[in-house]
Design a binder for this molecule. Structure first.
Ligand SMILES: [Zn+2]
Length: 317
């Protein structure tokens, strides 16, 4: 188990995360110009997020290195996300996952026909793979989280790969590819979107969903999390898809950053969103710290999130 010091580094408010990182160019358009949109995250820890001045894609700055992200996932992520495995995923996660899988299967029903080939990129505990297979699809998952993939294989009997590089599948392999709340975790989401588009048949569909950073109804800093190294809004998500040769499929329901895309032959467009970075900086401007602290709105979320982390950190030692 992690040391108490590791716990403090990751959960103590008003301090930075134990990582060094390195500045990166925008993964979507390659620009290095940026506008700062946040200095703290949902835990009120110091975490700088910037929006690309050219296209508006939000990223953590400096960007954690692959090794630092791996370390984070290995030690702090479970506590952060309350998805710790002690004999299986917690029931609250499975319930939510089953609900989401049923929704996704219903949305994609016209394509989930017997014999259809389906890839779930970031398949988690496997509920959507099971739902697709129940509809007769030939379903395969990719999931780097070993606990999750093991659970999916054991419980649902589904096929799950630990990883999938570019050459893992032939171009045009799948009728349906889905990726639910994965892109925001990746250092190279635009490149991965291109890879998924290549694996898609010409008439295939890509369901992609990420948190909407422009979501109203919660304080701006609540939208930032160390594990989410990229942040999307409707415009930047569609631009990421467009760079990969995809456009929203108008035959399907969409909500902001939950979208079904299809391939397009239309010529490439310029990857830029004039003014978006400035708009995001304005929208995501934090409540003044004193006002926020005085409101007391931070107490319950912090207690809730940290209670389990504390239990996990100090148990089994
Ligand atoms: Zn950019």
């Amino acid at each position: 188990m992690q040391s108490p010091r590791y716990f403090l580094n990751h959960f103590m408010p008003f301090t930075g995360y134990p990582y060094t990182g390195a500045p990166t160019a925008c993964n979507l358009c390659g620009s290095t110009e940026s506008v700062t949109v946040a200095e703290t995250d949902r835990r009120l820890k110091t975490l700088k997020s910037i929006a690309c001045a050219e296209c508006g894609l939000i990223r953590t700055d400096p960007m954690p290195t692959p090794a630092e992200l791996a370390d984070y996932y290995a030690h702090a992520y479970r506590a952060d996300y309350q998805l710790a495995f002690a004999g299986g995923p917690p029931r609250v996660h499975l319930k939510r996952s089953a609900r989401e899988a049923a929704f996704r299967a219903e949305l994609l029903a016209p394509k989930l026909v017997p014999g259809a080939r389906l890839l779930d990129f970031g398949s988690g505990s496997g509920e959507f793979l099971a739902a697709a297979r129940a509809r007769g699809c030939e379903a395969i998952g990719v999931e780097p989280g070993r606990d999750y993939s093991a659970y999916a294989r054991t419980t649902h009997g589904v096929e799950v790969l630990d990883d999938a590089g570019d050459d893992r599948f032939e171009p045009g392999t799948f009728d349906v590819i889905t990726t639910h709340h994965v892109m925001e975790h990746l250092r190279d989401p635009a490149d991965v979107m291109e890879r998924l588009a290549r694996w898609l048949k010409p008439d295939g569909v890509l369901y992609a969903a990420v948190p909407n950073m422009a979501a109203t109804g919660k304080p701006p800093h609540e939208r930032f999390h160390f594990a989410h190294v990229h942040g999307f809004v409707r415009d930047t998500f569609d631009l990421t898809a467009r760079r990969a040769g995809l456009v929203p499929h108008t035959g399907y329901w969409r909500e902001d950053t939950t979208v079904v895309y299809r391939k397009t032959d239309a010529p490439p467009v310029a990857i830029r969103s004039p003014g978006l970075a400035q708009r995001l900086a304005e929208e995501l401007k934090p409540m003044p710290a004193a006002a926020y602290l005085a409101s007391g709105a931070w107490i319950w979320p912090m207690v809730r999130r940290n209670a389990k982390a504390v239990r996990e950190t100090f148990s089994n030692r």
